[in-house]
Ligand binder design. Structure first.
Ligand code: FES
Length: 109
């Protein structure tokens, strides 16, 4: 695994996605329910930033058509999106957030 520092842990506000870019990959970082998640920032339905959506119940909602993606698996739980968005491993160390964008946790089904 290749974890890379993306920001300070104290830069993330609860339930407020933060858009960052790592190795050319746009990410939404989300602190919610005591954990930090990293999900690819582009909706699988159209070219829309998920970081502008709302977070609730460990899901991030696409603001354009309302599909909700599980932050743990990247899978949508509602239409119109049908394909998952990649999610990536996160670790917090020394007050910093690290993400490994080479190791997607998402499984296409
Ligand atoms: S662009 Fe995200 S659900 Fe349509």
């Amino acid at each position: 695994m290749t974890f890379v520092r993306v920001c300070g842990a104290d830069e993330l506000e609860e339930d407020t996605p933060k858009r960052v870019e790592l190795d050319g990959t746009p990410l939404s970082l989300v602190r919610t329910e005591g954990e930090v998640f990293a999900i690819h920032d582009i909706c699988s339905h159209a070219n829309v930033s998920l970081a502008e959506g709302e977070v609730d119940d460990c899901h991030i909602e696409c603001w354009l058509h309302g599909s909700r993606f599980d932050l743990r698996s990247g899978k949508p739980d509602s239409l119109p999106a049908t394909r998952p968005v990649p999610v990536y491993p996160v670790k917090i160390e020394g007050g910093s957030v690290f993400v490994d964008v080479r190791a997607s946790l998402t499984q296409e089904s």
